[in-house]
Design a protein around this ligand. Structure first.
Ligand SMILES: C[S@@+](CC[C@H](N)C(=O)[O-])C[C@H]1O[C@@H](n2cnc3c(N)ncnc32)[C@H](O)[C@@H]1O
Length: 285
């Protein structure tokens, strides 16, 4: 359905439900119609692990926030940023408000484009560099730690042209909303447990923090992105990891057990096997 003369964007209602709109690029006559399936196909193809997708509960907070300050009734909430999207080639209408998480690397360019073209926007932006470009809009700082769909937690700010001549808004209520969401998500988060044959950076860190040294040789382990059991759930090893030989897995398990013992009783003394004892063990069946 989509070709190089067309582009997509998503529209969202006040309850956060979205619909995809395919639009012919500006050069051609605009032709709006909905086609969710082809949007999803496209999304699957172009999705990269680098992209930080926004969970729905985060979007809900933002849409409600904007709606409180700038009533969105009779407005079309537009989300033009997704893989293969082309925000510059959308025929923006007067009643549209862009509320979205754009690629941070081109945030200044996007704001300038929207300001130049009179498009209303409320966009996510990086917190630490929120003031780095002198753009004629409002910076909304809520010290919001947002955990995106890929698991990365990024302190996020917002930038908008919906607030007239206000240059900076420091919003403590918005901060509280994101803080509560983080706390709710933390308590609801399933804990992943991996078998001993899977080595993650957290497993190593857990041991090191308890004073347990580990060492694995290159030939014992193989770089690994995700377990087969995870694939059908669209999950992977966060930050990747390694799959280990039986011997390395046993060593990892022993180190984890030793670390767990340290955690229970900080006064634990760990007796290590000597080289001589290791030789005895080797001679045993
Ligand atoms: C940070 S991600 C957020 C995706 C989505 N808006 C969300 O909130 O989950 C930004 C997306 O913008 C897309 N993107 C990059 N350049 C774009 C452009 N010129 N027009 C529209 N989207 C673009 C990227 O591929 C990426 O998927």
């Amino acid at each position: 359905m989509e070709n190089k003369n067309s582009s997509f964007y998503k529209i969202v209602d006040l309850f956060g439900n979205d619909q995809t709109v395919i639009i012919e690029k500006k050069k051609n006559k605009p032709n709006l119609f909905s086609d969710y399936e082809s949007f999803l196909d496209k999304f699957e193809i172009k999705k990269t692990t680098d992209d930080c997708y926004t969970p729905k509960d985060v979007m809900d907070i933002i849409i409600n926030y904007v709606n409180d300050k700038y009533p969105l009734k009779n407005k079309k909430i537009v989300r033009p940023f997704f893989p293969g999207g082309d925000y510059e080639n959308i025929e923006y209408e007067d009643n549209m408000v862009v509320i979205d998480n754009p690629p941070f690397s081109i945030i200044s360019k996007i704001c300038k484009f929207y300001l130049k073209n009179g498009v209303k926007f409320f966009l996510f932006c990086p917190h630490l560099t929120a003031f780095s470009s002198d753009i004629d809009c409002t910076h909304i700082i809520a010290s919001a730690d947002i955990t995106y769909e890929n698991g990365a937690t990024i302190k996020t700010a917002f930038v908008s042209n919906l607030f007239g001549d206000i240059k900076i808004i420091g919003d403590a209520d918005l901060y509280q909303k994101f803080k509560s969401l983080q706390e709710r998500n933390k308590t609801n988060l399933p804990k992943y447990e991996y078998p001993n044959h899977i080595i993650t950076v957290s497993k190593i860190a857990y041991c090191v923090e308890k004073g347990i040294n580990l060492k694995f040789h290159k030939k014992e382990i193989k770089h690994y992105r995700g377990m087969d059991a995870q694939k059908k759930h669209g999950k992977a090893l966060f930050g990747c990891g390694f799959i280990a030989s039986d011997k390395a897995a046993a060593a990892a398990a022993a180190a984890a057990a030793a670390a767990a013992a340290v955690q229970k009783n900080e006064n634990v003394i760990i007796w290590e096997l000597s080289q001589r004892e290791k030789e005895i063990i080797k001679s045993l069946e």
